[in-house]
Design a binder for this molecule. Structure first.
Ligand SMILES: NC(=O)c1ccc[n+]([C@@H]2O[C@H](COP(=O)([O-])OP(=O)(O)OC[C@H]3O[C@@H](n4cnc5c(N)ncnc54)[C@H](OP(=O)(O)O)[C@@H]3O)[C@@H](O)[C@H]2O)c1
Length: 299
């Protein structure tokens, strides 16, 4: 990953999220949950979206339960979240593709559905409301977590892995989709700022899915070896927390940040034509589930 030297920011000595309204799609587990805890400890009101609420009793954290493998559920989430009031919208749902192609109820390859397409549906359903100019001139911030800046391209003519399937390729389709989504949202909505986040390797359930069969000996060995190269979700959350609030990012829509919160360059393939083509293929897929018609593609 190459550093983006056009943007530097300084972490403030103290951070206060009092009064901030935040939605974390994927905030019920892993990195999203660690961030929810830190936002809550600093005074924010947070809605976490996921299948299992694990933070009953923590002040400031409220659930919106949804199975985001289903595009209709993503549509409901997009229509339910209070876009006009949100200061920050963060996407952290994700899985790692299985050894054998798994299909959702909508006929979508599972990794691309849960790690990418539901985000597109949610943003199509709340983007216009998020983009409304606000009386206080504040710009909401949208953060899309994935693996940007690593050069991974999607297989655009087989985004759903129907012609052939390989788990790394399926995951790569999600990774590239999210990078294109940052680009697309930055062009589509001028009154908000959207950013990509690359957390590096973090000790969560998703990492457990990458190395061999879950629970097996090789999986345990892989987990043990990588423990030395990875950080906890809490460490990552603490390090990048200022990004969500520092004024230096205002108007810098489309930028990406690495595991330490440093600005990084997008992948080489990211340009207007490639992103449009990938978003168009994605719109085609989600329209199969009866949500967001193809006509909504940006001209
Ligand atoms: N960890 C890493 O090393 C790493 C590296 C690079 C990129 N990333 C990216 O970072 C993001 C966060 O990953 P993570 O490591 O925090 O993963 P994680 O610990 O597995 O958490 C994933 C989150 O996604 C939610 N989720 C999964 N399936 C869902 C479904 N069908 N419907 C609704 N929610 C669902 C989970 O909520 P429930 O359990 O409530 O369903 C959980 O909140 C992902 O975008 C991932 O691709 C992670």
């Amino acid at each position: 990953m190459k550093r983006d030297k056009t943007l530097a920011w300084t972490p403030p000595a103290t951070i206060d999220f009092t009064g901030k309204k935040i939605a974390i799609v994927g905030g019920t587990g892993g990195i999203g949950r660690a961030l929810a805890h830190q936002f809550a400890a600093k005074g924010a009101q947070i809605i976490v979206v996921g299948r299992t609420f694990r933070d009953e009793g923590i002040a400031g954290i409220n659930p919106l339960l949804a199975d985001l493998s289903k595009m209709k559920e993503a549509e409901r989430v997009g229509q339910t979240l209070p876009a006009e009031e949100l200061d920050i919208l963060l996407f952290t749902t994700g899985i790692f593709a299985d050894y054998v192609r798994q299909e959702t109820a909508d006929g979508l390859e599972q990794d691309v559905a849960i790690g990418y397409l539901n985000r597109l549906v949610i943003l199509r359903n709340m983007g216009a409301r998020l983009n409304q100019p606000r009386p206080d001139h504040k710009r909401p911030r949208v953060f899309i977590m994935g693996y940007p800046g690593t050069g991974r391209q999607a297989v655009i003519d087989d985004l759903n892995s129907e012609k052939s399937y390989a788990r790394w390729t399926a995951h790569q389709n999600s990774v590239a989709g999210n990078e294109a989504l940052v680009y697309d949202i930055s062009k589509r909505y001028p009154n908000l700022d959207v950013f990509g986040l690359n957390p590096g390797f973090v000790q969560t359930d998703i990492r457990d899915e990458i190395f061999f069969k879950r629970g097996g000996l090789l999986n345990k060995i892989g987990y043990w070896i990588t423990a030395f190269m990875t950080r906890t979700p809490e460490d990552y959350a603490q390090r990048v927390l200022p990004l969500f609030i520092v004024p230096e990012l205002t108007g810098q829509s489309g930028k990406h940040f690495d595991k330490n919160g440093n600005a990084i360059l997008p992948s080489n393939w990211v340009n207007d034509a490639n992103c449009k083509e990938l978003i168009r293929a994605s719109e085609k897929l989600i329209s199969r589930a009866g949500v967001c018609q193809e006509s909504e593609v940006r001209d």
